[in-house]
Every structure is written in structure tokens, then in C-alpha cells.
Design a protein around this ligand. Structure first.
Ligand SMILES: NC(=O)c1ccc[n+]([C@@H]2O[C@H](COP(=O)([O-])OP(=O)(O)OC[C@H]3O[C@@H](n4cnc5c(N)ncnc54)[C@H](OP(=O)(O)O)[C@@H]3O)[C@@H](O)[C@H]2O)c1
Length: 248
């Protein structure tokens, strides 16, 4: 059996990744604070295993205890291939450095960087079969966007973790692969949060409002399908950042 662990599968891109993987016959472990009933139904219709773990990824203690349970389940299920999607992410705090709320800042670093780091660390230590880790990154990892210093920095950190861990696996002669996927702008709740920010906090506010008005935000199913087709049908290069625009 093939198995996919997906963080943030409750909505947005994560839900679309889960839907596509279920349709491909892959068992799902979903990790987030809320559950998506549509996925439970879809998994039942397609007769694939679906397990949900409630977890606040901003809490390292919760991440550690939930992923201890997840690794115990993996030992039991012994999947022949394992896919891990570090997808959950947050944009807040939006604002210029000097005006950031520390609670939101710490939460951003925990959800966007520390949780994917810890999850990858625990699973790389555990997985004996082939594993592919996909870190969902952003164009913001590669260019400064005023008002997004936390988001840009955590996504940049995720890219560097991807490259470094991939190199380590290669040197160790391991078959595990780690890539990053930059999904472009998508029509999700994260974009609603961006559009509702204040002009003084976010320099590019009008540009992002225009994306929505002009229908330039991609739907998440298209973006997820391009990623899964890459994973299931092509030879992937570990350590690389893949961009949705190059795949569709
Ligand atoms: N939307 C875009 O235009 C865009 C562009 C580039 C990159 N991305 C990246 O794509 C990924 C998915 O984004 P999206 O747009 O689909 O976002 P979204 O619709 O806002 O969904 C975010 C997901 O992350 C989960 N999450 C957030 N905080 C969490 C926490 N503390 N603990 C556990 N789960 C948490 C949420 O689950 P719960 O609320 O149920 O916990 C939800 O499933 C993110 O990594 C984002 O940075 C998005």
C-alpha cells in the first residue's frame, strides 16, 4: 500500500492534494486542527484508509506526540511507498518589521518552519521504505515582499532545509527524496487574509486584490494535480524546488 501524510488537508491546497491522492488509491493520514468531512466520504467511496490526527502545528509538544503516534501507525501499516506533504502554512503576521505581533510571529515560525522540520526529522529517522517529502514553499522564499518578512523568511528556511536534507540523504546512499513545490497564487483562505490586510501593513495590497478581481488565482485542484502527476509519473530530482508554472 502507498500512504500519504498531509498537513493542512482540511482545506485549500492540502484538501486538493488529499482528494487527488485518494483517487489514486493512496491511504491518507491527515494532520490539522480541523477535519474535512468530504475527505472521509471520498476515502470510504474509494475504499482507502483515512486517518485524521488533530494537531496544532504551532505547538512543538503536540507535533512530537502526534508524530510519535503516526510513526507507530506506519510501523503497523508498513507502506511500500510513503509521501509526506508539509503543506500547512500561515501568512500572519502581515506588517513591517518593527510593528509585528510577537505571538503571531512565533506561530508563523512554528507552523511554517519548525513543524515541517520536526516532522521530516522524525520520519527520516523512522522510515525504512522509500519516502518522498514535499515541502510546500512559495515564490516569497526567493524575493522580499514588504509586510511579509516572517512568511518570506520561513519559506526561505524551508527551501534551504529541503536542499540540505536532500544532500545528506544522497551522501548517506538513502533512496528518500525531498523536494519543495512552489504552487503560485491560489484562490484559498490565505489569499482572503492577504486581501483583507491594511495598506500600511502590506505594500502590494492592490496587486493581490487585482489577482482576485481578474481571476488570476489558480484553483487548488489544478495545482495539486500537477504536483501529484509529477510525483507519480516522472523521475524527481531530490533537493530541487519545482514551480507550478513549469508543470502546467
Ligand atoms: N494561497 C496561495 O496563494 C499560496 C501561494 C504560495 C504558497 N502557498 C502555500 O500553500 C500552502 C497551503 O496554503 P493554502 O493557501 O491552501 O492555505 P489555507 O487555505 O489557509 O489552508 C491552510 C491549512 O494549514 C492548516 N494550518 C494552519 N495553521 C495550522 C496550525 N496551527 N496547526 C495545524 N494546521 C494548521 C489549516 O488547517 P486547520 O485550520 O484545520 O488547522 C489549513 O488546512 C501553505 O504552505 C502556503 O504557504 C499558498
Amino acid at each position: 500500500m502507498k500512504l500519504a501524510i498531509i498537513t493542512g488537508a482540511s482545506k485549500g491546497l492540502g484538501a486538493s492534494i488529499a482528494k487527488k491522492m485518494i483517487k489514486e488509491g493512496t491511504a491518507i493520514i491527515s494532520v490539522s486542527r480541523t477535519e474535512n468531512p468530504e475527505l472521509i466520504e471520498l476515502a470510504a467511496e474509494n475504499q482507502v484508509f483515512y486517518g485524521h490526527y488533530f494537531c496544532n502545528l504551532a505547538s512543538p509538544e503536540e507535533v512530537e506526540s502526534v508524530f510519535r503516534e503516526v510513526t507507530a501507525l506506519l510501523r503497523e501499516k508498513q507502506p511500500e511507498a510513503l509521501y509526506v506533504f508539509n503543506n500547512a502554512g500561515v501568512i500572519d503576521p502581515i506588517g513591517t518589521a518593527g510593528n509585528l505581533d510577537h505571538k503571531a510571529l512565533i506561530q508563523n515560525v512554528h507552523v511554517n518552519l519548525i513543524a515541517p522540520f520536526m516532522i521530516s526529522n522524525m520520519l527520516l529517522n523512522e522510515a525504512s521504505r522509500d519516502m518522498t517529502i514535499v515541502n510546500i514553499t512559495s515564490g516569497a522564499a526567493e524575493r522580499p515582499i514588504q509586510g511579509w518578512s516572517a512568511y518570506c523568511s520561513t519559506k526561505a528556511g524551508m527551501n534551504m532545509f529541503t536542499e540540505t536534507a536532500a544532500l545528506e540523504q544522497q551522501t548517506a546512499g538513502s533512496s528518500h527524496k525531498i523536494i519543495a513545490y512552489s504552487p503560485g497564487v491560489m484562490d484559498t483562505d490565505m489569499q482572503s487574509i492577504i486581501r483583507s490586510s491594511a495598506k500600511e501593513d502590506f505594500h502590494d495590497l492592490e496587486k493581490f486584490q487585482t489577482y482576485k478581481e481578474k481571476g488570476m488565482l489558480r484553483d487548488t485542484d489544478t495545482v495539486a494535480n500537477a504536483l501529484i502527476d509529477l510525483l507519480l509519473k516522472k523521475e524527481i530530482e531530490s533537493g530541487k524546488v519545482y514551480y507550478v508554472n513549469d508543470l502546467i
